[in-house]
Design a protein around this ligand. Structure first.
Ligand SMILES: Nc1ncnc2c1ncn2[C@@H]1O[C@H](COP(=O)(O)OP(=O)(O)O)[C@@H](O)[C@H]1O
Ligand SMILES: [Mg+2]
Length: 234
């Protein structure tokens, strides 16, 4: 099996001294859908920010065997797409198609290739027909899918999503779940929507106070009332 993400003894404190990660060890195999659950403040977002070098703590993070450092971050970001919790942090162009084209254009790809990637990404996310719409005139569910389209246009090997179901209604959650299920590649889904994580992920880690406190098959971990209560998830 190929290992997509290998995290060893990762610790991180924010500049104000807040210890957000305290010795995290995690392995995610290539092609897996991995859930990262934990109460607010557990360190989920901080951990995701280490996957593509937006933060660099003590310890090591490897993506397909390559260490994430300040020097490799740019290259790593082509392989790891990180989707922030708020899609509006990732959509800033006047038209949807320009947002999706932004990444590939930045890679210096030929316009033909950019157009093909935009088309494929919008088709994969069910957004065809909305190319010229302003992202601000899309529903939250559509904007979330638009941010995934922008990520897919980069053809990443790892898709890391931070609280992807936040504020979505039932239909938005279902559509997002179907979309993510249809995507191949390695997925890491962080959040506290346990039903969603349980549906999509085979393996789950519970994070609490910056540590992995439980790790195992999703049905076992998410079915363990004691764990869920102890770590603020139920
Ligand atoms: N920019 C920041 N500066 C200082 N502390 C932060 C910052 N962002 C998050 N934290 C703190 O780091 C810890 C982990 O936060 P976070 O990774 O956002 O957790 P989660 O995503 O699981 O809710 C919390 O104690 C939080 O208050
Ligand atoms: Mg968070």
């Amino acid at each position: 099996m190929t290992t997509a993400v290998k995290i060893r003894d990762l610790s991180y404190a924010y500049p104000d001294g807040t210890a957000a990660l305290a010795g995290v060890n995690l392995t995610v195999e290539a092609g897996a859908s991995f859930g990262l659950v934990g109460a607010n403040g557990a360190g989920k977002s901080t951990l995701l920010l280490h996957l593509n070098g937006l933060l660099c703590g003590n310890g090591t993070v490897e993506i397909f065997g390559e260490a994430v450092t300040k020097a490799t971050a740019k290259k790593i970001r082509r392989r790891v797409a990180l989707l922030f919790q708020d899609p509006d942090d990732m959509l800033f162009m006047p038209r949807l198609e320009d947002d999706v084209a932004f990444g590939p254009r930045n890679l210096g790809l030929a316009e033909e290739e950019v157009a093909a990637r935009v088309r494929d990404a919008l088709a994969a996310t069910g957004l065809e027909g909305l190319e010229r719409r302003s992202p601000h005139h899309l529903s939250l569910g559509e904007r979330r899918r638009a941010s995934i389209a922008a990520a897919l246009a980069l053809k990443p090997d790892v898709l890391a999503l931070d609280e992807p179901t936040a504020n979505l209604d039932g239909r938005g959650r279902r559509e997002l779940g179907e979309l993510l299920t249809s995507l191949s590649g390695t997925k890491i889904i962080a959040g506290h929507d346990l039903a969603f994580v349980g549906r999509l992920c085979a393996e789950v880690a519970v994070l609490a106070a910056g540590k992995v406190v439980a790790l195992g098959p999703a049905d076992k971990i998410l079915g363990d009332e004691e764990i869920l209560r102890e770590y603020g998830l139920a």
